[in-house]
Design a protein around this ligand. Structure first.
Ligand SMILES: Cc1cc2nc3c(=O)[nH]c(=O)nc-3n(C[C@H](O)[C@H](O)[C@H](O)COP(=O)(O)O)c2cc1C
Length: 253
């Protein structure tokens, strides 16, 4: 997908928690499968798309605290315990797939806690772990009352963009654009548990609140930054550097 399409999808994306029973069009299922296979190769993760069996993880009040309705499909974010930077890769590649799914007209939601973890563990082999899942499917355009209540609750916790930046002036335009995209990144409980620094011409990103999913959130946010700043690449890791490189092509995303 082209960088403009990722940026467009980024603005359109929002978490959806109620899904209709319309099956995902088969050509999109195939595209999701192909992309997941490609990113598994690239990252070393073992992400799996599960079609039509989502009820096992979400149905019944006990499983999702009643938060999710009608989830039929999901992506299990699985990786080996020994895979370096596993959780950051979960964030980066999961968000890449989410933006691609958004461009296909699909709804999504990252789910770290509100699902039946034991039922999902059956998908792991050997020393694999499941860090979280991503619900995917179609939603009605209109958000349900319960969805709106959740959104209200989450967005009350609203850290400003400035609170995510520690920078020397003048900030380059590409850094500001990167931060505009970071501000659109989903994070667990909308906590935005990170800070992006610009000092001596160098950009780094690190965790400020050590939550269970902070490194996943960081992976998502670093990917958004890269899309917004447009040219450059990141070192993995908490405190990792960003390298601005205006010779890099958009097709490298
Ligand atoms: C790693 C991660 C885990 C999440 N886990 C849950 C969850 O368990 N339940 C839930 O309802 N939303 C979950 N969310 C969704 C966030 O609440 C949501 O992204 C945030 O409130 C921002 O809203 P938006 O995605 O609509 O922009 C999670 C998001 C992330 C990134």
């Amino acid at each position: 997908m082209k960088i403009e399409e990722y940026l467009f999808a980024m603005k359109k994306r929002c978490s959806r928690r109620k899904y209709t029973n319309r099956p995902i069009d088969s050509k999109y299922v195939q595209q999701l499968e192909d992309n997941i296979a490609l990113y598994n190769k690239e990252s070393g993760l073992n992400m799996k798309l599960i079609i039509g069996n989502g009820g096992k993880l979400f149905d019944g009040f006990r499983k999702s605290y009643g938060l999710f309705v009608g989830v039929q499909n999901y992506i299990a974010m699985i990786g080996s315990k020994t895979l370096l930077n596993r959780m950051e890769k979960v964030g980066r590649f999961g968000e890449k797939i989410i933006l691609e799914a958004t461009a296909m007209g699909l709804s999504t939601c990252w789910v770290g806690t509100s699902y039946d973890k034991n039922a999902a563990k059956e998908l792991c082999e050997g020393n694999e772990v499941l860090d979280c899942v991503i619900a995917v499917g179609y939603s009605d355009e209109k958000h349900s009352l319960k969805e709106r209540m959740m959104e209200y609750g989450m967005h009350r916790q609203n850290k400003s963009k400035e609170a995510l930046i520690e920078a020397e002036e003048p900030m380059p335009e590409w850094f500001k654009q990167g931060m505009d995209s970071v501000y659109l990144a989903p994070t667990a409980r909308n906590l935005r548990p990170f800070v992006f620094k610009y000092k001596d011409g160098q950009v780094t990103a690190s965790i400020t609140i050590p939550t269970e999913t902070a490194i996943i959130d960081l992976g998502i946010a670093k990917f958004h930054f890269e899309l917004g700043a447009r040219v450059g690449s990141w070192d993995y890791g908490n405190g990792g550097h960003y390298y601005f490189d205006d010779k890099r092509k958009d097709s490298d995303i």
